[in-house]
Design a protein around this ligand. Structure first.
Ligand code: PEP
Ligand code: MN
Length: 336
C-alpha cells in the first residue's frame, strides 16, 4: 500500500499518517517525490484496508502496490532515481562511463589505465581489490593495498572509484575507500550483505545474479532500500545460458522492463557478458541504444599480462573509440 499525500500536505499531516500506519503494526516509509510526499506501508502480511488512511487529513489516495517489491517499484516512486556522486549523475539522462581493470595489480598498472580511461572520457574508475574468483588458485586481489592504490588514483585523476565488496567482514574497509560499492553477481542474494549495504551512506552498484530473474533482482535491491539506502544502481552483466560463443548472454531485453518496473538507474557491463574483447564494443553500443544509463567496461593496457579477465579487457584505444561512439549514439538518440 502506498499512501499518497496532497501536494500541499503539511509535515504534521504526514506525521499523523505515519503514526496511523505504525499504530496498525506496519512500518511507514516516507518517500519524497517531485512535488508531493508518499508513504509506503511495509511489513504487512496481507492486503491493507485503504479506508484506514484515506480519510486522514492531507491524504489524496491510498493505492495497493501489486508487486512483491515495493520501494524499488515505479508504482511507489514514479520519478526516476538519480544517483549523484560528486558532479556526476547516474540516471540523469546522460550515459555514465565506468572503466578500469578487472583487478588492481599494482600502482603503476592502475594509474596507467586510469589516465587512459580518464582521457577517453570515463567518469568513474573501476577496479577490484577483493576479487571473487572461481578458482582458489587464481589471483584474489590485493585487498586493502588495492583500495589504497585506488585512493591514490582518485587523488591524482579526480575520478571517483567503484570497487567490489565480497563480505560483511570487509564491508567497513571497502566502504571507507569506495565512492560506489559494488555487489557482484555471486553475491546478489547474499541477504546479510544486502542488509549491511542498506545501512551504508555510499551508493550501491548491484549486479544481476548470473541466473537471477528480474523479480529476484528487484527483491535483492529491495533489501538495500528497505534498510534505508535509496542510492542503488542496477547493473546487467549477462546471464548464464547454454551458448558457448560468449561467457554469458547479455540480456538487453531486461533494460526496458527494468525501466518500466523500477525507478532505479540501470547500467550495463558488457565485459563480463562477453568474456571476449571483440564482443565488448558491439554489446556496449547495443546497451546504449537500448537505453542503459551507463556502462562499466574492463580496460587493460597489457591484457595479455593481466592477472584477471585479460581476454575481455579492451585496450585503451579501443575504449577511447567506444567512448566516442557512445557519445555520438547518445547525441543521435537525444536529438531525433
Ligand atoms: C567484476 O566486475 O569484476 C566482477 C567480478 O563482475 P561480476 O560480479 O559481474 O562477475
Ligand atoms: Mn572481471
Amino acid at each position: 500500500m502506498l499512501v499518497v499525500m496532497e501536494k500541499n500536505a503539511t509535515s504534521e499531516q504526514v506525521e499523523a499518517v505515519i503514526h496511523a500506519i505504525e499504530n496498525c503494526g506496519f512500518t511507514a516509509r516516507p518517500i519524497p517525490g517531485g512535488d508531493r510526499v508518499s508513504i509506503g506501508v511495509l511489513n504487512n502480511d496481507g492486503p491493507v484496508d485503504a479506508g484506514l488512511f484515506i480519510s486522514l487529513p492531507g491524504v489524496k489516495d491510498a493505492v495497493a502496490v501489486t508487486k512483491p517489491y515495493k520501494l524499488v517499484s515505479r508504482e511507489v516512486q514514479p520519478e526516476n532515481t538519480v544517483v549523484t556522486v560528486g558532479e556526476v549523475s547516474i540516471g540523469g539522462g546522460v550515459p555514465v562511463l565506468m572503466a578500469g581493470p578487472c583487478a588492481i595489480e599494482n600502482e603503476s598498472q592502475a594509474l596507467t589505465i586510469a589516465r587512459h580511461v580518464r582521457a577517453a572520457g570515463a567518469q568513474f574508475f573501476r577496479g577490484g581489490a577483493f576479487k571473487p574468483r572461481t578458482s582458489p588458485y587464481s589471483f584474489q586481489g590485493l585487498g586493502e593495498e588495492g583500495l589504497k592504490i585506488m585512493a591514490r588514483v582518485r587523488a591524482e585523476t579526480g575520478m571517483p572509484i567503484v570497487t567490489e565488496v565480497m563480505n560483511e567482514t570487509t564491508f567497513d574497509l571497502v566502504e571507507a575507500y569506495a565512492d560506489i560499492i559494488q555487489i557482484g553477481t555471486r553475491n546478489m542474494q547474499n541477504f546479510t550483505l544486502l542488509r549491511r549495504a542498506g545501512q551504508s551512506a555510499k551508493p550501491i552498484l548491484l549486479k544481476r545474479g548470473m541466473s537471477a530473474t528480474l523479480d529476484e533482482w528487484f527483491m535483492a535491491a529491495e533489501y538495500i532500500l528497505e534498510g534505508g539506502n535509496i542510492n542503488v544502481i542496477l547493473c546487467e552483466r549477462g546471464v548464464r545460458t547454454f551458448v558457448r560463443h560468449s561467457r554469458n548472454t547479455l540480456d538487453l531485453s531486461a533494460i526496458p522492463v527494468v525501466q518500466r518496473e523500477s525507478h532505479l538507474p540501470i547500467i550495463v557491463d558488457p565485459s563480463h557478458a562477453a568474456g571476449r574483447r571483440e564482443q565488448v564494443a558491439p554489446l556496449a553500443r547495443g546497451a546504449i541504444a537500448t537505453g542503459a544509463d551507463g556502462l562499466m567496461v574492463e580496460v587493460h593496457h597489457t591484457p595479455e599480462k593481466a592477472l584477471s579477465d585479460g581476454a575481455q579487457s579492451l585496450l585503451p584505444d579501443q575504449f577511447a573509440h567506444l567512448c566516442r561512439q557512445v557519445r555520438a549514439l547518445h547525441e543521435v538518440l537525444a536529438t531525433v
